[in-house]
Ligand binder design. Structure first.
Ligand SMILES: Nc1ncnc2c1ncn2[C@@H]1O[C@H](COP(=O)(O)OP(=O)(O)O)[C@@H](O)[C@H]1O
Ligand SMILES: [Mg+2]
Ligand SMILES: [Zn+2]
Length: 381
């Protein structure tokens, strides 16, 4: 069997332009490098798996590149770049503060910082999870951070910015990394699938992207898992929902159809089927709200771009959206929202959701009555 390299490692971006969804950061860094306006201490903040370590390494490589490209990227060919790319560079030091957080660890680091690099201009120290340093360790480090030698650059990274003391914050140039958008993650997964010659359904990638909750690394791990399950054939939506134990969105369409037909019985039976499959009532409620939300944004061509579903599913949403009136969707969203908030305190959670469905099934009728009443009062007036 071929050696399997996990995608998160195989596809670690090697230059700024291949970093997904953080252009506000990569552009600033490239400009700073071009204009030689580089800070000596950076703080990279943001959730896990969004490219903090990746960007720190790219920055380290780029500022030591001997033949930098005009656009501010590293050449990836000079001996310095090659050393970086093969992880054999002496100019980048990574310290994981989660496991090396004592005063001694910091003293060691401070000691090393004093020596000028033997080759290249800069030595770069990447300190990951920097909020895990003990107070004493912080203190041992503070002076070096205040007056670093010219050849030293510090990149601190953290998922918990609020735990960083103000003295550190004030000494660093701070970059806030974004969660990566679903659209960007799906596109990245599509790119990788093509590179790896893996067939896929767009909805499947979309779902993986949604599950990853903004973390590209998580998306890649889920993707690998599903590729393994599908034995390298095709990443299908069906396979993906089975593996991730996600409710097929088809159910939301079916329930909504039943509700628009004012059929309490149909909607209750569908809900029963969902519960029998082992899905949780609360998740269903939240999913149903999201479904109504998608239908709502479809109503207006201007907001249709806010639709969070795959290209291929869009028409289906648009079709159903035409069947449902705006008043129905608005009231339905309100009902679902209230039920969502009171779900946890309800004694009979199954009945709680069933009641929601009953109310929703009676909505079209109630809305009709209301508009009839309005019409007749207008006629009288
Ligand atoms: N913005 C991004 N663009 C492209 N790949 C990314 C991005 N963020 C994360 N990844 C993928 O996830 C892996 C881990 O990312 P990493 O930079 O270590 O995340 P962090 O340090 O923010 O936790 C990378 O090797 C890469 O494959
Ligand atoms: Mg990291
Ligand atoms: Zn180079």
């Amino acid at each position: 069997m071929e050696n399997f390299v996990v995608s998160a490692r195989k596809y670690r971006p090697s230059d700024f332009k291949s970093v997904v969804g953080q252009s506000h950061i990569t552009t600033t860094l490239k400009n700073a490098i071009k204009n030689e306006h580089l800070a000596q201490a950076f703080l990279f903040c943001g959730p896990r798996g969004v490219g903090k370590t990746t960007c720190a390494r790219i920055l380290a490589k780029t500022i030591n590149c001997e033949d930098r490209l005009e656009n501010g990227e590293a050449c990836n060919a000079c001996s310095s770049c090659e050393a970086f790319n093969s992880n054999s560079s002496f100019n980048v030091h990574e310290l994981d503060a989660a496991s090396n957080n004592t005063v001694d660890d910091m003293r060691n680091l401070v000691e090393q910082v004093r020596y000028v690099p033997q080759r290249g201009k800069y030595k770069i120290y990447i300190i990951d999870e920097v909020h895990m340093l003990t107070t004493q360790a912080f203190n041992a480090f503070l002076k070096t951070l205040e007056e670093p030698p010219k050849h030293a650059i510090f990149i601190l990274a953290t998922t918990e910015k609020h735990k960083i003391i103000p003295t550190i914050l004030s000494r660093c140039q701070i970059f806030d990394f974004n969660r990566i958008q679903i659209q960007d993650i799906s596109q990245h997964l599509a790119y990788i699938s093509k590179e790896e010659d893996i067939d896929y359904e767009e909805e499947a990638l979309r779902l993986i992207a949604t599950k990853a909750d903004g973390a590209l690394r998580d998306a890649l791990s889920i993707f690998d898992l599903i590729v393994t399950f599908s034995a390298g054939k095709k990443v299908t939506y069906q396979e993906t929902i089975n593996n991730l134990h996600v409710l097929d969105y088809d159910y939301y369409f079916k329930v909504t159809d039943a509700l628009l037909e004012e059929s309490i019985s149909k909607s209750l039976l569908i809900f029963d089927e969902i519960l029998k499959k082992g899905f949780d009532g609360h998740n269903f409620l939240v999913g149903l709200s999201e479904h109504f939300r998608e239908l709502m944004v479809c109503k207006d061509p201007d907001t249709a771009q806010l639709l969070l579903v795959s290209e291929s599913a869009k028409n289906r949403y648009k079709d159903q959206s035409r069947q449902a009136s705006l008043s129905f969707l608005l009231s339905a969203l309100t009902i679902c929202n209230q039920a969502d908030m009171s779900y946890k305190t309800s004694k009979n959670q199954r009945l709680h959701v069933e009641l929601v469905l009953m109310k929703l099934a009676k909505l079209p009728h109630a809305i009709n009555l209301a508009s009839l009443a309005e019409d007749s009062s207008k006629k009288k007036a």
